[in-house]
Design a protein around this ligand. Structure first.
Ligand SMILES: [Zn+2]
Length: 454
């Protein structure tokens, strides 16, 4: 048999393996698990480090060398136990057909984790919190509360931080983890692992996390978009616009809008105000330079009048880049409202039938994606559900995880969702209302109305 582990087969095995493990996985592991995101990981860190009473101030900021590709097969298979597809997984591992890719959203590119590799990685690293010395007060409770005195470890796939009471404890955790990782074929990347004080700051999942202390000595934990990520984004925006020299304003808007929306969606849950404003200035400069280049013989005033104006009627902003022809305009980073992310409860699994209400509530309270204002209003009015089938408009598992996935989301949003206007009877009068539907539901409805087979 040629070992062609096609993605569909891997997906089937993953779908069988996942629910079995979801109920057992440790509470502060967030990567590639249904209903959990980078933002949950960041919130968990925030909760541990914020406040004057928080005493875990030493951070073990560690990196695994090789990660998925180096995992020892036998211990992993032993963990998997008597799972039916165990033989198949063994074959795949042996043949090296499971793509590993990158798991964490540190760059602009989408993490290309394979179909089943993130799940296998989670299985292989299951028990890491315990090995680091993390203890929870009552494992039956959903909001796992760590025992005082023990470290807290937050993990996203192969990326993690341990928050400790002292440098000594952090060193201890590092030594314990090194010993635990060794038989699993894994080790620390020595160059990238360090122990820092929270006032010196560290980075995780593209966020910078640091405790700032003012002159009075009171500290405040600030989580901001990562400096590296901001730098890379600025470079990218400049390059994109430069590449569009000779194109028209509509092309610039079409190219940049998903990037801006995607990026601000990912970072809207932290202290991003200043960074957003800075990025808006940057976009202004790049688009202005682009416009000047497009019309080298026109005076500045002519160029600014042509391309900048109060295109967005809801905003008092005369410096919005737009297309006079169509009225389309470029959205700004700072228009995205900063919203607090509601962290997921420690042990909660979406597969647990007893928690069905919890997950439904959570989905309902979730902030809608920062789409256009009309869509957001419809989203709210419909409780985030599709009126045709009653299912969530955006399944929790399809929620974008990274800036680039958000970007993709906005690019394809038109294919996923449809706005539809329908006529309803209200007070004896016909009234036209808008609603937001799944594209597939919309298609079925239109097909049914037209008497076509759906
Ligand atoms: Zn639907």
């Amino acid at each position: 048999m040629g070992v062609i582990a096609d993605r569909a087969q891997q997906a089937r095995v993953k779908n069988a393996l996942e629910p079995e493990w979801e109920g057992r996985f440790e509470p502060r592991s967030y990567g590639f698990r249904p209903g959990r995101s980078c933002h949950d990981a960041i919130e968990a860190i925030f909760k541990t480090l914020c406040g004057t009473r928080s005493q875990r101030r030493w951070i073990l900021d560690a990196d695994l060398a090789g990660a998925f590709d180096s995992i020892a097969h036998e211990p992993l298979l032993a963990m998997i136990g008597a799972f039916p597809a165990r033989g198949m997984i063994r074959e795949w591992l042996k043949a090296g057909v499971i793509e590993s890719g990158r798991f964490t959203p540190t760059g602009e590119d989408t993490p290309q984790g394979g179909v089943i590799s993130p799940c296998l990685l989670n299985v292989a690293l299951h028990g890491m919190e315990r090995a680091a010395g993390v203890r929870y007060r009552n494992s039956a409770r959903s909001d796992a509360e760590p025992v005082r005195g023990c470290p807290v470890l937050v993990r996203y796939a192969d990326d993690y931080v341990a928050m400790c009471y002292s440098r000594e404890q952090a060193e201890q955790v590092q030594a314990r983890l090194a010993a635990w990782l060794e038989p699993r074929g894994l080790r620390f990347n020595q160059d990238k692992s360090r122990i820092v004080h929270v006032e010196d700051g560290f980075s995780f999942l593209g966020f910078d996390i640091r405790r700032h202390v003012d002159r009075q000595g009171s500290g405040k934990l600030l989580i901001t978009p990562g400096k590296e990520q901001v730098k890379r984004l600025r470079k990218r925006l400049s390059a994109e616009v430069r590449a569009l020299r000779g194109a028209n304003a509509a092309a610039v808007i079409a190219r940049l809008a998903p990037v801006i929306r995607g990026w601000s969606a990912y970072y809207r849950s932290v202290v991003s105000g200043r960074v957003f404003t800075g990025l808006d200035h940057h976009v202004w400069h790049t688009t202005y330079r682009w416009a000047r280049h497009t019309h080298p013989n026109k005076p500045r005033g002519w160029v600014t009048t042509r391309y900048f104006g109060a295109f967005n009627k809801a905003r008092q902003d005369r410096w919005v880049f737009g297309d006079r022809g169509t009225g389309a305009y470029l959205t700004k980073f700072s228009w995205t409202k900063i919203v607090r992310h509601v962290p997921v409860r420690g042990w909660a699994s979406p597969d647990d039938p007893a928690l069905a209400r919890y997950w439904a509530d959570r989905r309902r309270k979730q902030e809608p994606p920062p789409a256009d204002q009309h869509a957001v209003r419809l989203w709210r009015a419909q409780d985030g559900r599709c009126p045709a089938c009653g299912e969530p408009l955006l399944p929790a598992s399809h929620e974008p995880r990274t800036p680039s996935e958000w970007e993709q989301w906005f690019s394809t949003a038109r294919q996923m969702l449809r706005k539809q206007h329908v006529t309803v009877q209200a007070g004896g009068q016909d009234r036209t209302i808008w609603r937001l539907l799944h594209a597939s539901c919309h298609w079925q409805l239109t097909a049914a109305m037209a008497g076509l087979p759906a």
